[in-house]
Design a protein around this ligand. Structure first.
Ligand code: AMP
Length: 311
């Protein structure tokens, strides 16, 4: 189903969380986070998002504050008795490295994603970073989507490799960070890692490299498209940058409706643009203040920054 403007909606599943974050510049406790939260906020700049996730009763009115007034349909956000998923991460001066202090699944422990009849035919599907079994549950319910993109993390690579392998066989695009790409492929070289990951299933592999930008395979075998990250002076909190990137990236693809190499390249830049805002403040605060005009301006800045003439 495509809307009147030719944009396809995205079915997005992932975590909605309370995060606690500590880095050399400050600390934030029990702030809103989660892979599906960052993804949905970013993707909603491009198209309609159908959010599938779970929160506890303690999330209360936060849902309306975060998702209200945007192109995000929260009718798939289940509220269950108990506490919302919680995660705590600590960063040192190298913001590309972080330590997870705890992961408390809470209501995620008994979460069963239920996709409504209408949402089962969603043309674009994003499987955010959650247990691969839950990602498979969603895949079992959707009917021949045009594109499925997924993210994952070291926890699942190490603890549930068989389930993750099944997910990889059923997706079109894997969005993964560099250390996880190395761990999953057992290759230290990212070019080789991308090739190995493609052989596991996804036709396209997008490797996020934090402040070093993004590397993606293209349809021409052995060719890559790469983009730097914006050289920002103020980087406050990189939490959620990867999910925000994924939101801008999949959001743009769903809005333009195809995955030609030229669209893929623009989607990478839109993803990088959205991520560059997310890191400017703690939690989702910068995304909540973000305006379309700023997105367009920064997209053009990316073009200027990477353009050069042959002679
Ligand atoms: P990113 O920085 O893009 O990797 O995403 C960080 C977000 O992922 C945080 O807001 C966390 O709440 C969420 N997160 C961390 N660990 C997990 C996990 N095991 N399952 C689901 N979400 C997680």
């Amino acid at each position: 189903m495509v809307d009147a403007h030719g944009k396809s909606p995205i079915l997005a599943v992932g975590s909605v969380a309370f995060d606690s974050i500590k880095n050399p510049f400050g600390e934030a406790n029990r702030v809103v986070g989660g892979s599906a939260t960052y993804f949905s906020l970013a993707a909603s700049f491009f198209t309609d998002v159908r959010l599938v996730a779970v929160v506890g009763e303690d999330f209360a009115e936060r849902g309306a504050e975060v998702f209200g007034g945007r192109s995000i349909d929260t009718s798939g956000l289940q509220v269950m008795p108990g506490e919302t998923f919680r995660w705590k991460g600590v960063y040192g001066f190298d913001l590309n490295q972080r330590e997870t202090i705890y992961t408390k699944l809470n209501v995620f422990e008994d979460f069963q994603p239920v996709i409504s009849e209408e949402w089962r035919t969603s043309p674009f599907v994003f499987l955010g970073n959650i247990h691969p079994k839950l990602q498979l549950d969603v895949l079992d319910q959707v009917e021949s989507p045009k594109l499925v993109a997924a993210d994952t993390m070291n926890l699942w690579i190490e603890n549930t490799p068989d389930d993750l392998a099944k997910v990889l066989e059923r997706i079109d695009i894997l969005i993964i960070n560099d250390s996880e790409a190395r761990e999953l492929s057992r290759e230290s070289n990212l070019v080789k890692a991308a090739r190995t990951l493609r052989a596991m299933g996804p036709a396209t592999v997008v490797i996020k490299r934090g402040e070093h930008g993004v590397l993606t395979t293209t349809s021409r075998d052995g060719e890559f498209f790469t983009a730097p990250a914006l050289p920002l002076e103020e980087v406050f909190d990189p939490t959620g940058a990867g999910d925000t990137f994924a939101g801008g990236f999949v959001g743009y693809l769903a809005a333009c409706g195809n995955t030609h190499d030229s669209s893929l390249a623009r989607a990478i830049i839109y993803g990088s643009t959205l991520a560059s805002f997310a890191v400017e403040d703690f939690s989702i605060d910068r995304l909540l203040r973000l305006e379309q005009r700023e997105v367009d301006e920064r997209f053009r800045l990316f073009k200027r920054m990477t353009h050069f003439d042959e002679v």
